[in-house]
Each structure stands twice: as C-alpha cells, then as structure tokens.
Ligand binder design. Structure first.
Ligand code: NAI
Length: 248
C-alpha cells in the first residue's frame, strides 16, 4: 500500500449510489473504504470491484463508537482524503402515522451519523490541511414532498450543515459540498416509487430529461467534486436530477 495513494471513505458503499461511487473512486485510483451494516453485501462489493476496496462492517447509528472506527481506518490507511456521507434510509408515511421512534431513526441515520462521522474525520483532515467532505442530500430538502416528513427534515438539515461546515472548514483547506440527487434508480427509490405509479408518473413528467437517473450519474458528479478540477468549489449543493428541479 502506498502512503501517497488517495483514500476515500464511502458510507453505505455496498449498494445503490454508494456502490457506484465505490466503483468510480476505485477505478480512479483511490483506496476505497466502504462502510455498511451488512457484511455479506460489503464482501460482495469488494469481490466485484477488487483489491482497492476495504470493507468495514459498522452500524453508523452507534455514534459512540465512531471515533474508534475512524481511528482504525487511520491506523490502517494513515489519511482520509475524501469522506462521502452517503448511507441513508427512507421513510414514506403520512404525517399523522409517523411515530417518534421512526422519525428519530431516520434523523439518527441520515443527519446525526453524518454529523458525528464528519466531525471525527475533520479532525484528521485539519491535521492534513486538506480534504473533501461530501454529503448526499435529496430533492426532498428542496421541495415539499408529501408523506416524507422525517426524511425531508433530515435532508434539509444536511443542506444547512453543508453550508455551516463549509464556512468553518474551508479556511483550513477542507472543502465541503453536497449532491442533491433527483430520482435515481436504486433499491431505495424503487421502494418509494414502485408501489406508487402516480408518483412515478409525476416524477417522469416533470423531469425534462424524461427518465430516472442511474447511480453512475451521481458517482461521476461525486468524483468530479472530490477532484482537483473542483478545487474552488465549496459550500455547493449540486443537483444531479435531469432537470427535475426546474421542470414545470
Ligand atoms: P440504498 O438503500 O441502496 O443504499 C443505502 C445504503 O446505506 C445501504 O447500503 C444501507 O445498508 C446503508 N445504511 C443505511 N443505514 C445504515 C447504518 N445505520 N449504518 C451503515 N450503513 C447504513 O439507497 P440509495 O438510493 O443508494 O441511497 C444512497 C443515498 O442517496 C441516501 O442518503 C439517500 O437518501 C440518497 N438519495 C437517493 C435517491 C435515489 O433516488 N435513490 C435520491 C436522493 C437521495
């Protein structure tokens, strides 16, 4: 292993957008650390992508253990150049049926875990005087989508946190950005759209490009934002949505 090889940490890197990002960064020469709860899925991803991929089985809602997770990554790989906070869960339920426990679980996974992990990784990036922290937001942070209360609250928090972290960390050499994907075909979006043909139709008719995105579309944007080509971009929320947000 070369100490000068760039290291990316991708949460939820064994499926959907995270898997596509893991493939893109590994192909781009990064040592690619993928974090997820399911050991089998992680090892499957490693077998598919190759030896640049290093799986860590970990439930990110175990906040107290995140500092130890970061330490063990650093013990093995010495530095972290890019952190991608991608892991997330979805919840589609009417407001009145959204119980406290379900709301809390979504906020824990989609907002607090990215906060704790970013804080811990930022300590290392500050020592390095460089790094890129990328969050994955959603159109839910930008629209009022019915029946997606908890998820919307968490993703809106992610967009605010992106800006707040960017102003604090950019002077120290660390860029902070987010991608807001539109509707991308993954297990998560299939779960949200397949049982709701009306919603799927609405998504497609208001997306000028007339199709759902694929995980690779988001992976390319993540790779660009993390590259030297994006060196003057920080605090940005980049939509990757086929024009969905400007569709009438
Ligand atoms: P996915 O369900 O395929 O992947 C999410 C991954 O996160 C899974 O591998 C899951 O195991 C992992 N994960 C969830 N909770 C975790 C925890 N506590 N600890 C460790 N890992 C955990 O979903 P998808 O679609 O790839 O979503 C990835 C990100 O993109 C999420 O943040 C999602 O909110 C966001 N997103 C997805 C969109 C889509 O259309 N697919 C649209 C907008 C945002």
């Amino acid at each position: 292993m070369h100490a000068d090889q760039a290291v990316v940490v991708i949460t939820g890197g064994a499926s959907g957008l995270g898997l596509a990002m893991a493939k893109r960064f590994a192909a781009g020469g990064y040592i690619t650390i993928i974090i997820g709860r399911n050991k089998n899925k992680l090892h499957h991803a490693q077998a598919e992508i190759g030896s640049r991929v290093h799986p860590y089985t970990f439930d990110l809602t175990r906040f107290e253990e995140i500092p130890q997770l970061v330490k063990s990554i650093l013990d093995q790989h010495q530095h972290i150049d890019v952190l991608i906070n991608n892991a997330g869960i979805h919840l589609k339920k009417p407001l009145l049926e959204t119980e406290n426990a379900a709301f809390t679980e979504v906020v824990h996974t989609n907002l607090i875990a990215p906060f704790v992990l970013s804080r811990e990784v930022a300590k290392q990036m500050i020592n390095q005087k460089k790094g890129h922290i990328l969050f994955i937001s959603s159109m839910a942070a930008q629209y009022g989508i019915p029946q997606v209360i908890a998820y919307t609250a968490a993703k809106a928090g992610i967009e605010g946190m992106t800006r707040a972290m960017a102003v604090e960390l950019s002077p120290l050499g660390i860029r902070v950005n987010a991608i807001a994907p539109g509707f991308i075909e993954t297990d998560m979006s299939n779960g949200a759209l397949d049982n709701d043909p009306q919603r799927k139709e609405r998504v497609l008719t208001r997306t000028p490009m007339g199709k759902l995105g694929c995980p690779e579309d988001v992976a390319e944007a993540a790779f660009f934002l993390s590259s030297e080509s994006a060196r003057y971009i920080t605090g940005e929320i980049l939509r990757v949505d086929g024009g969905n947000a400007i569709g009438f």
